[in-house]
Design a binder for this molecule. Sequence first.
Ligand SMILES: Cc1cc2nc3c(=O)[nH]c(=O)nc-3n(C[C@H](O)[C@H](O)[C@H](O)COP(=O)(O)OP(=O)(O)OC[C@H]3O[C@@H](n4cnc5c(N)ncnc54)[C@H](O)[C@@H]3O)c2cc1C
Length: 424
Amino acid sequence: MAERKVVVLGAGLAGLGFARHFPGCRVFEADAEPGGHARSHHFAGAWFDRGAHICHSQDQEWLDLVCSRVPMHEMSSSTVLNYKRGHWFAYPVQNHLFDLPPAERDLALRDFLSAQEKYQSKSPRNYEEWCRFQYGDYLLENFYRLYTAKYWHVPMAELATDWLGGRLLPSQIEKIVAGAKGPVAETQAVFRKFRYPRKGGFFGMLSHLAEGVDLQVNKRAVRVSASDARVFFADGAEEAYDQLVSTIPLPELVKMISEVPAEVRAAARRLRALRQYCVNLTVKRSRLSEAQWFYVYDPEIEISRVSFPSALSGDRSDQTAIQAEIFLPQHARPDEDKLCSKALADLGRILNFSPKDVIAAEIRCYPYSYVVSDLARAPSVQLVRDWLRTQKIETAGLFGAWQYVWSDRAFAGGRDLARQLQAT
Ligand SMILES: Cc1cc2nc3c(=O)[nH]c(=O)nc-3n(C[C@H](O)[C@H](O)[C@H](O)COP(=O)(O)OP(=O)(O)OC[C@H]3O[C@@H](n4cnc5c(N)ncnc54)[C@H](O)[C@@H]3O)c2cc1C
């Protein structure tokens, strides 16, 4: 039997994970380089990622693959802070109620304890109920709702809970009560141990994954004929396939296929993602914060998260690299210069540096960032992927499966699909 012709769209981690486990496949990437959302770039003397990226994987096969090639900076736990109205407090807020002003602290603790009694046997139907049942009304209204509005731009009641853990364990409840009585060490640090390359940004440890892959760059797929099993590219080229593997955003793929039935097209239109802006800068100041990253709650500040690439890479120079992330609904088209200037002014005030400390700053936009886990996501994704499968089109990765995954899982999603297709 002639060899199956397998064409892969996208050379992010999912595409590369597939290609490394499916000999003979050909990968077509729209950009000039592989790496997708895991790529890094050099600017103003520092490396910046597409939003804060760290390696906290527990998957030994992945760690052996990516951590052995370049020197890594290992951190034994994360230091993460929250910022609201000029106050700093440890993350997550519920574990550190003592950091809040006394009146707020008492209200938050009272509501938290009453929620534990009131909602013990209830199952949340959405994220709003999940927060109310877990943390009580005070923390819901004063922290989680504020942050959700800035970050997800969707009412909390429209968000699902499939991206969250289960109920609080009794030990966590004790910890929250202890955290309201006095300062406590963060034993539930977001990440206990994590790594970051000393050079080259997050992609410094991943760039070798494209070696040996049959990859063509600057090849943007613009149309797929499912009935003829052919992909057409922006440069006029076309490629026939027996099996198409797509790691590009699911709604973009659906738009390219003319044969898509109306209900599948409608399902693809329900998929929501965030548009991400990164304001990257370096300043002539050392150690501006004890945190590796922090979250900003104030509604009038567009920035949601700020990270310090120089702290992540272990750079001890007298300059600090800062990245501020702003998340907007996908249809938003803000004035980028104004957004950047406002972010720089806000950062200067929050971190106490002056405009003359700034060496250089830029703003970059990533049209697809986090996928929004709203209540429509899972059934819509299933409908779309089930139909694509009938057309010899499989999808994988963060935007192919349209479900948030960390980098190791994006790669594994591609690898697992390759193994599955090889077995059939
Ligand atoms: C803000 C943010 C922070 C994150 N932080 C972390 C972290 O701390 N740690 C961690 O492990 N993971 C993190 N991740 C997750 C990680 O970045 C992703 O899981 C991973 O990069 C996704 O890889 P992918 O291949 O699925 O998708 P992508 O990287 O998007 O790859 C898809 C590829 O398809 C290409 N493409 C698009 N359209 C076309 C077309 N028409 N034709 C051809 N090619 C096309 C794109 O250029 C891209 O290269 C983060 C993600 C986000 C959004």
